[in-house]
Design a protein around this ligand. Structure first.
Ligand SMILES: [Zn+2]
Length: 190
């Protein structure tokens, strides 16, 4: 029988997160994204990646962690889970535009790892204004062994051309520690 629906879930432990009322600074935002990546590794509920969507008042709209293996779903990366749950919560397919196409941003995504080619594409359409990144793609490839896929050579500039501010290397070392922790946990050998 053909399937006519897709059902993706975040791990049960996300219900127990003690979230702050707001996360004013970029460091505050990234600390939460990296904490999610660490918790996902420690609970064994997916790959070592976390992402968070914040609204214009620095409040959490949604969180996402990698769910590819548990959900048998190649698109279930942390950024995608955060975008999709934010879009369902707000009922906005572009997060920074309301039903009258008026801006409601700035909307920020903080992600523990540089978006892969899939999440990069999704970022163009998701309707965010700011993208905060911790680990670089070569950190991800070196420490966790994932293929990040092809990106435009000027991938930051292409986002900035679309009005998306990009901040890189934010708490990069802390994100690298989680990638290392993941490698040690799953015993990947290179
Ligand atoms: Zn991705």
């Amino acid at each position: 029988m053909l399937y006519a629906q897709v059902h993706l879930t975040l791990p049960a432990w996300t219900h127990d997160l003690q979230l702050e009322p707001s996360y004013p600074s970029d460091d505050d935002k990234m600390a939460l994204a990296i904490e999610l990546s660490r918790l996902n590794v420690e609970h064994g509920t997916g790959g070592p990646f976390g992402a968070v969507v914040f609204d214009a008042h620095n409040r959490v709209v949604s969180v996402g962690v990698n769910r590819v293996v548990p959900q048998s779903c190649s698109v279930a990366h942390g950024e995608m889970m955060a975008y999709m749950t934010a879009q369902q919560r707000t009922q906005r397919f572009r997060l920074n535009r309301d039903e009258n196409d008026q801006p409601v941003g700035p909307i920020t995504l903080a992600t523990s790892g540089q978006p892969c080619c899939q999440c990069y594409g999704a970022t163009v359409w998701a309707g965010i204004d700011r993208l905060l990144i911790a680990a670089r793609s070569n950190d991800v490839e070196e420490l966790a062994g994932f293929d990040e896929g092809p990106l435009p050579a000027n991938w930051v500039g292409e986002l900035e051309n679309r009005g998306i501010e990009v901040v890189t290397d934010l708490q990069r070392d802390a994100a690298r520690e989680v990638l290392q922790q993941y490698r040690d946990t799953v015993g990947v050998v290179y």
